[in-house]
Write a protein that binds this ligand. Sequence first.
Ligand SMILES: [Zn+2]
Length: 206
Amino acid sequence: MGSAKTALLLTTAYNFEERKMRYLCMKPVIDTRESENVIKSRIGIERECRWIYPDTDLYEFAKEYFKAIGAVVEWFLVDEAQFLTAAQVDQLSRVVDDFGSNVICYGLRTDFQTKLFEGSKRLFEIADTIDEIKSTCTCGHKTIVNARIDANGDFVSEGAQVEIGGDDRYIAVCRKCWRNKRIAQSVRYALPFPELEGSCQGNGPE
Ligand SMILES: [Zn+2]
């Protein structure tokens, strides 16, 4: 989901390497069928990462890890941070406060139903800073919604918050296109008026 933030994470990791800074990439594991512990971008760059399981205590993990390498990690880079639990975000904040590490979490704000993810909610509540990675909808507005699409490209409104193995089933759109397309879909399913299908694209920036 959202290749821009993963590419940004990998660029940051590359910069840390160049400057010989100690860093560690981490990622909540959602799909245990993934065989490699790597964070990949579509442009082919990848970095090894540690998996975070739902019951991983990140404060304890960091303490053990620092002991094992005999040093404190200066930077933690966490991908897909929306999938962290609220407790794990709190644990990361203690790693920052007690050890002086820096933690950068990359993630989505909301799910396909426009609701905050648990990890994102906690990050909004306690993070020192929040930076928005902006992207643009096909109509020119700023994207707000990570819409889940079905095989026909229609927006899906029901389902589990997290579905495994479906990165290609999401499209970032602005709030207006999200609304208009769903209205067009409901009309299309109610009445055979195919000319209404294009109404999403028809609404450009004002
Ligand atoms: Zn739009």
